[in-house]
Every structure is written in structure tokens, then in C-alpha cells.
Design a protein around this ligand. Sequence first.
Ligand SMILES: Cc1ncc(COP(=O)(O)O)c(C=O)c1O
Length: 364
Amino acid sequence: MVGRLNPNVAALTPYKPGKPVDELTRELGLTNIVKLASNENPRGPGERVRQAVHDASRELSRYPDGNGYALKQALAQHLGVDSNQITLGNGSNDVLELAARMAITADAQAVIADHAFVVYSLAVTTCGGTLVRVPAASYGADLDAMRDAVSERTAMVFLANPNNPTGTWVGEDALVRFLDALPEHVWMVLDEAYFEYVEADGYPDGIRLLERYPNLIVTRTFSKIYGLAALRVGYAVSSPYVADLLNRARQPFNVNAVALAAAEAALQDGAYVEESRRLNASGMVQVTQGLTTLGLDFIPSRGNFVTFAVPPSAAAVDVYDALLREGVIVRLIAEYGLPGHLRATVGLPEENARFLEALGRVLS
Ligand SMILES: Cc1ncc(COP(=O)(O)O)c(C=O)c1O
């Protein structure tokens, strides 16, 4: 006998995170594991963050500042926006969910691209909405086709720029054309989790577009280049009107005090971000050259990860398992509609080298 269920929740397929290092140790007894599975920053936190975490740990018996005043002020200054445009979240996943809850009802549709980040479908399905998946073009979002998929019932469009797991991105001209053509009743959630990694001419800064498009919501995170994935801090930047709505729906203390302090410190450490960007750029060259040497196709990526095709003679899941036995964790992405591909995060140079050597052995 079970109680009454919300069918939207019962229908969900749980999010499958990258395998944690400890789990692999438990399962295979391995140590010295390289985790390239969750697009984290492979560097440990910087000194400023460590100090902030240490200082914040003295106040653990107190609730955090539920409004995140200090972090919002710091972000507002850093981003050139007003603090009343910011909504803080327990990771950007949290604000993505808040955005869905703001607009998605049982009769609503949300438009996403094929291979889109999986949390959008979780958030929309939980709210009872229907997903409209639009076929990708060369693995990337086809904005013209997405515009054509928008209807009277569409409440929201989600687009990650660049997208995870494909690393594909849309340029400013295409994005602006899309936003210009979007009906007023449709919200656009632009997920810029990897924004700080991107070095490409014509790559748009969503926050600079907010004044022109009141239906735009931009999300970013401290989990990636800022290296704070464990602490869970992300944020949305939007019109004050939307921020007010998102703030109504969030938990009162959704970002913890240690995370607030660490994020504020991370924001001030520009050198850490710069070094992380540089390390990722050279690591991306190392990994993609290595994949090319192994004769493997990959999807050119602007994030801190790359998705590559497993040769037809092998199954992606077997290559994944064999890499695990080599102590290397990458990511299966069948649930993203890419059953013949694997995704690897760009790590430290020695981690990338271990991954490429192990992959070479596994495929030979
Ligand atoms: C495209 C994209 N958006 C959002 C997130 C969520 O990150 P977080 O909740 O850690 O901010 C991720 C994490 O992998 C991502 O790849």
C-alpha cells in the first residue's frame, strides 16, 4: 500500500551524477583515481577561499544571511547590475528549478534542444509541464528550429551556452535574432554555467542583454571556474520583477553561510579565475590532440570538458568500465541522447595524460 503520488515526481528518472572517487575505491579497491566526470575545476580552492571557509566555520551555530546581502553586493559590483536583479541558489541547479516553478504549470510546454543539460527536463517534468525537444544541428542548438517549436503553450525556453555535454555554443547575432523573435509570453533561461571559460569572438554575455529583453533570465555558477562545486552556490540575474518572483519560491536559507563566504572570496580572486582559464585552455589542447592521435572524433567544446565518439567497434559503456578499472572516471552520456559518446572533463596536465594513456590501452 502506498499513499497518493504526484505522477510528475513518480515519472522522473533520477539525475545520475559522475561516479564519486570514494565509490570507485569501495567498488574496485583502487586508489590514485582521476575523476574527469563532473566538469569540476581540477585545482583545489585558492588561499582566499580557504581562509574564508575557515573564518565562516566559527559561526556554524547561526543561520546564514537568508538574503545573501554581502554576496549579492559583491556580485552586483562584479557584474555591473543592481543587487535586486540577483537570486542566489544552492548551485545554479537550484535557480534553474526556481525558474521552472515560476512559469511551468500542467498545461505549459518548455522548449529545449536535443542533448540539452538534463536538469531542465527534470525541473519541467516535476512541475507537470511538457518538454518539446528540438533536434540538434551538428550537436548544437538549432535556434531557428527552436523558434519554430514555440507555440501559445510555450512558457519557457532553456538554452545552455555553451551546452553540457556537447560544449557547443551560439553566437551573439544568432541569440539576439532568437530573442527578437520570441513572443512576449515566453521566458528565456540562458544557462551560462561555463561562461568564464569561453574565449571566442562573438560569444554573447547574457547579462548585457537583460536590459533589452525583460523575459531573459541568465544563470551562472560558482561550481565551475570558481572551483566551489562542493559548496553549492549559483545565481540568476534577471529583471528585479523576476528576481522578486524567484525569491518568493526559494527556501529561506537556500545558500549556507560557508558557501556565501567562500563565493564572496572566490569572486575577489581574479588571479585564480585567470589561471584556471589558462590551465583549461592548454588542457583542452592536450586532450583534443590526444584524442586526435588516438583517431577519435570529438565535438569541439568551449567548456572545460569534451565529448568524444567511441569507435563503432566498441560500446561506450565497455570503454567507460574499462577506464574505471584503470582508475579513470569519465561520464556516460546515453541519457543525453549520445549513447556512442563519452564526456571527459579537462583536468590537470598529469590527469589528462593518464586519461589519454588509459584510453589508448583500453581501445587497443
Ligand atoms: C550547463 C550546466 N548548467 C548548470 C549546471 C549546474 O551546476 P551547479 O548546480 O553546480 O551550479 C551544470 C553542472 O554540471 C551544467 O553543466
